[in-house]
Write a protein that binds this ligand. Structure first.
Ligand code: MF3
Ligand code: CO
Length: 263
């Protein structure tokens, strides 16, 4: 069942997602060779709490940390540890909070120091593919219009889409209906309607899309060891159109996003 949100509920989700976005932005300045993923996790947890929110992932189905830190061939759900970031790594950070009963959820992929052109490219393509998907979020379209737009863009750029994990409705729970795959043909699935809140999250790989789960039961890696990247935004559909809730950007950056959307 899809749970539609009122304007009041979307207001709370806007506040929750703003905290997520602020934490992910702050984390960017901490990403450098030598930093451990545990340090990133502690920072994220502390900053969310200072802002009055509760980290959403800790304890979720037994997940042991507040932040997911997925390095290089790790796709999602990497568990923070004493591992040190190294020059040339890329790291995906996925973070969520609960504020006044409502969830926020977003993810980014950042470079560590100087990275290879292929790594630069996969980060750029996954972020742009998210915006291709977001462009399809309008009343009257269907959920798989998002999926198809993401897949088309990712594959046109020579990468593959991970199929084992999907985006999702979000609000009272971290994961609500509908599921939002990042692949498929357009014109299927639920109609997009005002009041929907969706977490759209392309995960892509430089090689093929087969996934393995490590012995920690969480970390998803590409089976072929190829690089992977992940971006996620929580958005709301209102009578005014699609609104990205998990954005923490200055006006100038918003203009760039508009450009990307229309590119
Ligand atoms: N963004 C991820 C998701 O939506 C976060 C879940 S990680 C978990 O599924 F640890 F909470 F499971
Ligand atoms: Co999510």
């Amino acid at each position: 069942m899809i749970i539609y949100k009122s304007e009041e509920e979307i207001r709370v989700m806007r506040a929750a997602n703003k905290i997520v976005a602020e934490v992910l932005t702050e984390l960017k300045s901490l990403i450098m060779p030598g930093v451990t993923t545990n340090q990133l996790d502690s920072f994220a947890e502390r900053m969310a709490k200072e802002k009055g929110a509760k980290p959403a992932f800790k304890g979720y189905r037994g997940y042991p940390a507040s932040l997911c830190t997925s390095i290089n061939e790790e796709i999602v759900h990497g568990i923070p540890s004493d591992r040190h970031l190294q020059d040339g790594d890329i790291i995906s950070l996925d973070f969520g909070v609960i504020l006044d009963g409502y969830y926020g959820d977003a993810a980014v992929t950042y470079p560590v120091g100087n990275i290879e052109p292929q790594a630069e490219k996969i980060i750029k393509v996954v972020e742009e593919s998210l915006y291709k998907g977001l462009e399809q979020v309008k009343e009257g379209n269907r959920i798989s219009d998002i999926s198809a737009a993401v897949q088309e863009y990712v594959e046109a750029n020579g990468f593959s889409v991970i199929r084992n994990f999907v985006g999702h409705g979000i609000g009272f729970s971290l994961h609500e209906e509908p599921q939002i795959p990042n692949f498929g043909t357009p014109g299927h699935g639920p109609k997009i309607k005002s009041g929907m809140a969706l977490a759209i999250e392309p995960m892509i790989a430089a090689g093929d899309w087969n996934v393995d789960i490590l012995a920690d039961d969480w970390t998803a890696v590409t089976r072929d060891g190829s690089l992977s990247a992940h971006y996620e935004h929580t958005v709301a559909v209102t009578k005014r159109g699609m609104e990205i809730l998990s954005l923490n950007k200055k006006k100038s950056e918003l203009a760039q996003i508009e450009e990307k959307k229309h590119a």
